[in-house]
Design a protein around this ligand. Sequence first.
Ligand code: GDP
Ligand code: MG
Length: 176
Amino acid sequence: MEEEEGEEYLFKVVIIGDSAVGKSNLLSRYARNEFNPNSKATIGVEFQTQSMEINGKEVKAQIWDTAGQERFRAVTSAYYRGAVGALIVYDISRRTTFDNVTRWLEELKTHSDTTVSRILVGNKCDLVDIRDVSVEEGKALAEAEGLFFMETSALDSTNVKAAFEIVIREIYNNVS
Ligand code: GDP
Ligand code: MG
């Protein structure tokens, strides 16, 4: 990769949403192409840095994952500090996680002092037989809140890359 003109882009992106919706697996799928069927709360890994190319420039995203604090509603302001992008994740097979999206959006708003590019992510779209939230409901909420929207599966990789990259691209567009 060429380093030219000294232009560097590094964006902080946070992943939020209820416990067990698949946040850590979305990140491991995107950053390392890995999936863990029985993942425990990640300890020690605060973030992963992932690069993509936009208009011939290398753009890096520092993507933060919770270490399970969301179970105790104790995601700290340090987690949100400086974030310019966010994935708000729910599980399409568990309606409560969708109902809680509004709270996560409020929490994000409370902690951010800048424009944050946001995407609503309905994860586990491979679980067609036990779907509990329709695509239309996801879309409608996203539209009402002014968010991008995508259904993903960290298990079979559907739209995972696309979901992260839509946010990173939008951040880039906002600053360039
Ligand atoms: P987190 O608490 O939000 O970080 O969720 P995890 O990434 O730890 O995932 C919670 C559970 O859901 C784990 O057992 C994962 O294997 C499972 N999981 C995560 N993503 C998917 C997915 O896209 N499809 C299915 N079927 N299971 C998933
Ligand atoms: Mg996790």
